[in-house]
Design a protein. Sequence first.
Length: 305
Amino acid sequence: MAPGTKSDDIELTRLNSHVFVKWGNPLSANGSPSVILLYGWMDARYAHLVKYVSSMHSLFPTSNIVLICSTASWFVSTQAQLDTLFKPVADILRDAQASTAFSGILVHIISNGGGFNLVSLRKLLAKTKPRNAGADAPTNSTFPVALVLDSTPGNDGLKSVLTDMAPSNPLLYLISMPLFALAHGVYYLLYNSMARNPPIFTELRSTLNDPNLLPTITDGKDELEEIPRLYIYSVADRNTLPHNVEAHIKAAQEKGFNVAIEKYLDSVHVSHARKDPERYWTAVYDLWARAVRLTERSQGPRTSL
């Protein structure tokens, strides 16, 4: 199918309350990633996220597409609880990495809520051991890796959190804002001040510019030019302000990452795929094709799209 088209019959396997999988057949990947991690925005409706899975499946029908949902419970969850939640994701990555047919990973993050879940998964991966790969399995430096950043990262702390979580009803908005502000203050006190963790947006922005995107999975990917990324954002986004995304783009470029940009003019937060699906999904497909080419260029031909 052409980029932007969707199949109508998508069935996902539920692994737990936050993790769902559309199983593919990576043994016949033919240039597609073995695993796609699709991180949904905070408190997104499942039906909306399935549309992204459907479009992704139309581009890469042989890939295992892992949908990771984000909810406001993230703010009150311990890392141990998040480790349990995301262990199935880590297991899928490890099983794929150990396969001789491993053909890479595409990470697709939507909004800051999706990014926070990536931060949590990285902490789990960093403290667990990789599978014993087969003798013919690709080394970490010989498979493609690519990153899509849709409507992220923000950098406005409480303002971003309130905008993301605020009800659209004006009365509910007025009632809920003091409660959200109080909850954010308590979270900051416990998570940042007492536990000595960095502010969540500082940690998110730093994580997304770390060359080792998935610790113990992508440890050998140290050539930043070979890890392409795509920023999708909009001038009209009032949740993730464009100047915050552009500052992150500049930092990524200065660090040496291979950067592509899709800047929309009038689509609101996390609506870019709905606004212009052909443009959106063509950009995603082209990103992965570029990741494959860059890996082939440095290692010699191994697969093609």
